[in-house]
Design a protein around this ligand. Structure first.
Ligand code: SF4
Ligand code: SF4
Length: 135
C-alpha cells in the first residue's frame, strides 16, 4: 500500500460538484481529510492523505486533474527551520500526533512529517518562531 499527501485546489465553479467521493467509489482509495477550506462560490482547498496501490493513486490523481482540480504535493506544508531550532521541546508538548518528538539519545527535537496532521498547534507554541505553515 502506498500513501500520498496532497493539496487540492478547487476552482469556484467546481466547489459544489461531487468530485471527491469517486476516489473511493471508482478508484478504491482510502481518503483521510486533514484540512478543508470550502465555501460556496469560492476557491476551495483540501489537504488529504490517499492510501491505495500506486496505480490506483495515480489513476485517482489523473481523474482529479481531468475534473479541473489542481493537485500539488504536500511536501512543504509545515516547515521547521532546523538551523534556528534550540531543541527546547516546547512544541512537542502540544503536538497531538507525535510528529514532533524528543530523540532521547541525541536530546534533539525531531519532526516526522509523515505523522503531521497540519493542526498548527506547534506554530504559536514555539518561542523562537521557527515553525511556519505554507498552507
Ligand atoms: S502541525 Fe500539529 S501535528 Fe503537525 S507538527 Fe505541528 S503540532 Fe504536530
Ligand atoms: S519549540 Fe521551536 S525551538 Fe523549541 S524545539 Fe520546537 S521548534 Fe525547536
Amino acid at each position: 500500500m502506498a500513501k500520498r499527501r496532497i493539496v487540492l485546489t478547487f476552482p469556484k465553479d467546481q466547489v459544489e460538484r461531487p468530485i471527491i467521493y469517486r476516489l473511493s467509489k471508482d478508484y478504491d482509495l482510502v481518503m483521510n481529510i486533514l484540512r478543508a477550506q470550502v465555501m460556496p462560490k469560492e476557491v476551495g482547498r483540501l489537504v488529504m492523505e490517499l492510501t491505495g496501490s500506486k496505480e490506483e493513486i495515480n489513476q485517482g490523481l489523473k481523474y482529479l486533474k481531468e475534473s479541473g482540480v489542481e493537485v500539488e504535493s504536500m511536501a512543504q506544508d509545515i516547515k521547521l527551520r532546523e538551523e534556528d531550532c534550540t531543541h527546547c521541546g516546547a512544541c512537542t508538548a502540544v503536538c497531538p500526533s507525535g510528529a514532533l518528538f524528543l530523540n532521547r539519545t541525541t536530546w534533539e527535537v525531531v519532526f516526522d512529517r509523515d505523522k503531521c496532521l497540519l493542526c498548527e498547534h506547534c506554530i504559536p507554541a514555539c518561542p523562537y518562531r521557527v515553525i511556519e505553515s505554507t498552507f
